[in-house]
Design a protein around this ligand. Structure first.
Ligand code: VG1
Ligand code: CO
Length: 542
């Protein structure tokens, strides 16, 4: 039986960079999940009888939300849902399953790198048939719908047993509980030279992969240990926990500090890697050599042809605007196009679908390719392993040689978290008002060359997305970017991205914060961050 339940609309559900993210207690309010999912369905057309993929990163409230989503999909008239066993599907695996099974779309339950648990964060995101995040046309429609919704429809059925593989039914809909790893692992095997990576491990190559008690554990164990022969114990924190063991599942130098310290120690393995809550981000650290995500994108682009799936070369490279220009130099050398998009993976979808770009990346530890339509943490790790297996050099040497060839883009991001929202918005508004007066002005020893507010013109569908970040360029090519996060759940997060290009190889060994010291000072004084936010220093430096 299908129940039609009266409900009242919610305000303030505007989806940010990546779907809807709120604190768990917000999602636990009566009808909250139902309202959002019904608003998604109401914004879609012609899905009767079609397949919907459902899965999440295993965080607290994952199973409850999945049961609701399944029953609502049945009531909406979907013909089949594919749901990961245990409610598990990493974000890239969900993208893979949507594409492989030609599903209509998918619902991904995750708040990515945000902490989990009863007082942590939760999130819901809708992905379209290409496997990627819904474009703004759809997310805007969903938001409008959440303000008007009056009723939702749900099947009056018992809970699905998520822990047993196989098929059951709700109403006319087939519920297929699938192995969350299988399709994804098979795809990885088509892209990378697994034999070469197996030989690498067999030859004594050592690695530590920290799954951060989040979703990639089962994927990394199956692929790295069971398939590629990495020694047991290579993957640590491999069991997804509802609260991620109380940690931030964010693979950066703050939240993966233990891994970083290990790689800088005398006991360092050859490679350290980590992934985030939902498995779409990656951290790459060689022995004694951290690789910034922006550099990783450039190095992957420069070396991808060694992997079988990319031996024909790249069609183009896309990076989010705040990501460093390191990839631009590779694109230039390869003679291929470089696309600069707003922050968030949804902007890469059109470029990938149109065959304009093969590899994409963001400074926030996201890298991926046209194999799916999400960034993909384990993919990046496997790409590095494939490159290391072929080049037979340590990470540090590959990095040094890359800088020597292309120059080094010193790069850092400074985050001011949980800042008063009005203060943060005022800071950006003030910068925006000064865009015309900035060029020509001297800040410290540097002269501003140009300043703008990034607007993206999608070359495929012609859509324009404006106000995507304040960019201040200096005469020496350095750059500072200011933008507000679209994924936080408390106050505002001000992100400041700082970059300088250094062509001189004798100056490639400087510590990053020291190399950028003058720009860092300017980044703080130009908008008077301390005066406006009360913060003398950032909370997180990556
Ligand atoms: C952040 C990152 C952005 C990324 C987004 C989603 O967004 O900066 O690059 O695409 O998170 O990643 P924001 O708006 O907070 O800067 V994930 O791993 O949270 O899906
Ligand atoms: Co993520």
């Amino acid at each position: 039986m299908i129940r039609v339940v009266a409900t009242t609309p919610f305000e303030g559900q505007k989806p940010g960079t990546s779907g809807l993210r709120k604190k768990v207690p917000v999602f636990q309010q009566p009808h909250y999940v139902e309202n959002f999912i019904q608003s998604v369905f109401d914004s879609l057309e012609a899905y009767e009888g079609e397949t919907l993929v459902i899965g999440g990163d295993g965080r607290f409230y994952n199973r409850e939300a999945i049961q609701t989503a399944i029953k609502m999909a049945a009531a909406a008239g979907f013909g089949r849902v594919l749901v990961g066993k245990g409610g598990i599907l990493s974000t890239p695996a969900a993208s893979c399953v949507i594409r492989k099974h030609e599903a209509f779309g998918g619902i991904i339950l995750s708040a990515s790198h945000n902490p989990g648990g009863p007082h942590g964060d939760f999130g819901i995101k809708y992905n379209i048939g290409n496997g990627g995040p819904a474009p703004e046309k759809i997310t805007d429609a969903v938001f409008e719908r959440t303000k008007e919704i009056k009723e939702f429809r749900i099947a009056d059925a018992g809970d699905v047993d998520l822990d047993t593989l196989g098929i059951t039914r709700i109403e006319d809909m087939v519920v297929d509980v699938i192995d969350p790893v299988e399709d994804y692992a098979e795809l990885m095997g088509t892209l990378f030279d697994f034999d070469a990576i197996r030989d690498l491990f067999a030859g004594g190559f050592t690695m530590r992969f920290d799954a951060m008690s989040a979703v990639t554990g089962p994927y990394a164990k199956a692929i790295l240990e069971d398939t590629l022969g990495a020694p047991a114990g290579t993957v640590i924190n491999a069991v997804p926990l509802p609260d991620f063991g109380g940690h931030h599942p964010d693979p950066n130098l703050v939240h993966a500090k233990d891994l970083y310290d290990l790689l800088m120690s005398d006991d360092a393995p050859d490679l350290g890697a980590a992934s985030d809550g939902d498995g779409d981000r990656n951290l790459i650290i060689g022995r004694g050599q951290f690789v910034t995500p922006s550099d990783s994108l450039a190095m992957i682009a420069a070396n991808a042809h060694v992997a079988p799936g990319y031996k024909a070369g790249l069609k183009g490279i896309a990076r989010s605007m705040p990501t460093s220009g390191a990839a631009d130099r590779v694109a230039q050398q390869l003679g291929i196009a470089l696309y600069e998009t707003p922050t968030g993976w949804k902007f890469f979808g059109n470029l990938l679908d149109a065959g304009l770009a093969t590899v994409c990346g963001e400074e926030s530890a996201g890298t991926g390719s046209d194999h799916v339509r999400e960034k993909d943490g384990l993919w990046a790790v496997l790409m590095w392993l494939n490159v290391l297996a072929v080049r037979k050099q340590p990470v540090a040497q590959i990095v040094r040689e890359h800088w020597a060839t292309y120059g080094r883009n010193y790069y850092t991001r400074h985050d001011y978290e949980e800042v008063d929202a009005a203060a943060a918005e005022g800071l950006i508004a003030d910068l925006r008002a000064r865009l015309e007066e900035l060029p020509g002005s001297r800040l410290g020893d540097l002269v501003v060359e140009k300043a703008d507010d990034f607007a993206y013109h999608d070359p495929v569908d012609g859509s324009v997305t404006s106000k995507q970040g304040i960019r201040v360029y200096f005469a020496d090519g350095s750059r500072i970017v200011y933008r507000l996060s679209g994924t936080g759940t408390a106050g505002a997060t001000l992100r400041v991205y700082i970059e300088r290009f250094e062509p001189d190889a004798t100056r490639h060994g400087i510590e990053t914060q020291a190399a950028l010291a003058d720009l860092i000072d300017i980044s703080r004084s130009l908008p008077d961050i301390a005066g406006r936010t009360g913060r003398a220093k950032p909370d997180v430096i990556t």
